[in-house]
Design a protein around this ligand. Structure first.
Ligand code: NAD
Ligand code: TDX
Length: 360
């Protein structure tokens, strides 16, 4: 198989100031030093430039403050950089927020994706020969497939059945990506991944929320009885899967990513809190008492589980972290990155962004 990364590249990463995008940039900016890497991000509440401090001065990295829905801006960027690769992370990503503000999700996730696709298509169609290896990697979620019962797993043949506004907006984005592949021949690869966890995740998602609450001895809200099941994957393993898709993913293909890290929310939290207690030298299981069952999320998907065999067989991917090792590394990261966490909790990271970008 030919490797897309064997030639000089110009990569557009959207949403690189968010959780997964920042982890991805930490990996590729030092690794691909001959490649210009542009990060386009609107810096919503989920975008945090402090997550990128270690790479922000790298000569091959540029940050552009802007909205993926701004087609003029996106087209200007494509004209200037002639991107050979797009890795599209930018999205509103929290299910609970999508229940409160669904239109924001339709805007960024659907219109935003359509706008990136349109600019990419125009640029790719009028490009010279070094664009033959062009790839548009669309970072999507397993939630587009809806909810599973107690058995079975999602596969690339599973029909779409989104149930939350977030999932519906991501499903719609996936359909636009496939439409650009079918209609214009744009070389796209779609990744549908399960729940991620790891460094730099905003503490509204279950794992960082529980770590922060446990550190402060605050109650941890668990929807319903904590019986809903998720398939947890360390963010590094997701980034490795995306790299393999960039290197060897076939145009037009969809790959499902998941780590066989299935467990109920209650099982997950008991494991996580056991680790927190060990790392903080607390009495074993003493933090379990912080778990507080609360009203369920409306339309709460019961279970997600991924069959990643296509990714394993065709692209040689395997997860490197067991759930327990990954959770321990994550707990240690939050405990030893107090300045990052503090600036998120007291919202000072927003002030920093405002003063830097107010005039843009
Ligand atoms: P995140 O919410 O942490 O980050 C999203 C980033 O996108 C932020 O930096 C934000 O500022 C930016 N953004 C949002 N709207 C934008 C807009 N209109 N223009 C420009 N930038 C904008 O999200 P994440 O958890 O890092 O997820 C990244 C992608 O991966 C998303 O597309 C999400 O659907 C997908 N995904 C996430 C998970 C997960 O468990 N977190 C799992 C599977 C797939
Ligand atoms: O306070 C909480 N209590 C609780 O019980 C929160 C925030 C969540 N939960 C439950 C809901 C889910 O069953 O924990 C599970 C995980 O919740 P989230 O961390 O909000 O993730 P989820 O809704 O599963 O969606 C995530 O995985 C797929 C990401 O947010 C999406 O961006 C990704 O696409």
């Amino acid at each position: 198989m030919s490797s897309i990364l064997h030639q000089p590249l110009r990569i557009l990463v959207t949403g690189g100031a968010g959780f997964i995008g920042a982890n991805f940039l930490h990996r590729i900016v030092p690794q691909l030093s001959d490649t210009v890497i542009v990060n386009l991000d609107k810096l919503t509440y989920a975008g945090n430039l402090q997550s990128l401090q270690a790479i922000e001065k790298a000569p091959n990295y540029r940050f552009i403050y802007g909205d993926i829905c701004d087609l003029d801006l996106v087209q200007k960027l494509f004209a200037e950089y002639q991107f050979t690769t797009v890795v599209h992370f930018a999205a509103e990503s929290h299910v609970d927020r999508s229940i409160q503000s669904p239109i924001d999700f339709a805007r960024s996730n659907v219109i935003g994706t359509a706008s990136i696709l349109q600019a990419a298509k125009d640029s790719w169609m009028h490009a010279s020969s070094d664009m033959q290896e062009f790839r548009f990697v669309h970072v999507s979620t397993d939630e587009v497939f809806g909810a599973l019962g107690p058995t079975g797993r999602f596969s690339p043949d599973t029909s779409y059945a989104p149930r939350s506004p977030y999932a519906a907006s991501k499903a719609s984005a996936d359909h636009f990506v496939r439409a650009y592949a079918e209609t214009y021949g744009l070389p796209v690869v779609i990744s549908n991944c399960s729940n991620n966890y790891g460094p730099y995740q905003f503490p509204e998602k279950l794992i960082p929320l529980a770590i922060v609450r446990a550190m402060n001895l605050d109650l941890i809200p668990v929807y319903s009885k904590g019986e809903n099941v998720r398939d947890w994957l360390h963010v590094d393993d997701h980034c490795e899967a995306l790299m393999r898709m960039l290197h060897n993913g076939l145009a037009g293909e969809t790959y499902l990513v998941g780590g066989s890290g299935e467990c109920s929310n209650l099982e997950l939290l008991r494991l996580l809190l056991t680790i927190v207690d060990e790392e903080l030298g607390r009495t074993p299981e003493s933090s379990w008492k912080l778990i507080k069952f609360v009203k369920d999320r409306p339309g709460h998907d019961f279970r997600y589980a991924i069959d990643a065999s296509k990714l394993v067989t065709e692209l040689g991917w395997a997860p490197n972290h067991t759930l327990e090792e990954g959770l321990r590394a994550t707990v240690r990261w939050y405990l030893s990155n107090q300045p990052w966490l503090q600036s998120v909790m007291d919202e000072s990271y927003r002030t920093y962004l405002k003063t830097q970008y107010e005039a843009v």
